[in-house]
Ligand binder design. Structure first.
Ligand code: FES
Length: 130
């Protein structure tokens, strides 16, 4: 990604993750920030940046679909609100981590300090019973 000199300075503790032109309405875009697997979602004039791994069994939510301000998991179809991360559709799962996001100078910024404050998600595979 490049920034030209007309862009506003980077706010402290924030990092640019995409340009608005990179995003497609209704599409999910994977991105990595400080070792965290995140994704961006453009819905109308709003951009959300949230964790990419489903809280249920860690499916890659960027392979899911967006509908009505929610992301639907591609594996078991749980859905999550892209504003507060709450699960729905009959599921009671931990909320998706949704991070403070701003659009400045055509760039999408996420509060990196908030991302780093969360421990990275580790995928734990449980061996089947024998
Ligand atoms: S892995 Fe996402 S709902 Fe099961």
């Amino acid at each position: 990604m490049t920034c030209d000199r007309s862009d506003p300075p980077a706010p402290d503790g924030w990092t640019a993750v995409a340009t608005l032109a990179d995003l497609t309405e209704g599409a999910l875009a994977p991105v990595e920030v400080a070792g965290h697997r995140l994704m961006l979602a453009l819905t109308g004039a709003r951009v959300s940046v949230c964790q990419r791994l489903c809280p249920h069994e860690y499916a890659d939510l960027s392979r899911g679909r967006l509908d009505g301000g929610r992301v639907f998991c591609p594996r078991h179809r749980a859905s999550f609100n892209l504003v507060d991360g709450a699960s729905g559709g009959g599921w009671d799962l931990p909320s998706l981590r949704v991070y403070p996001t701003e659009i400045r100078g055509g760039q999408v910024w996420v509060e990196q300090a908030a991302v780093e404050a969360d421990p990275p998600l580790r995928i734990v595979r449980i061996a089947p019973r024998v």
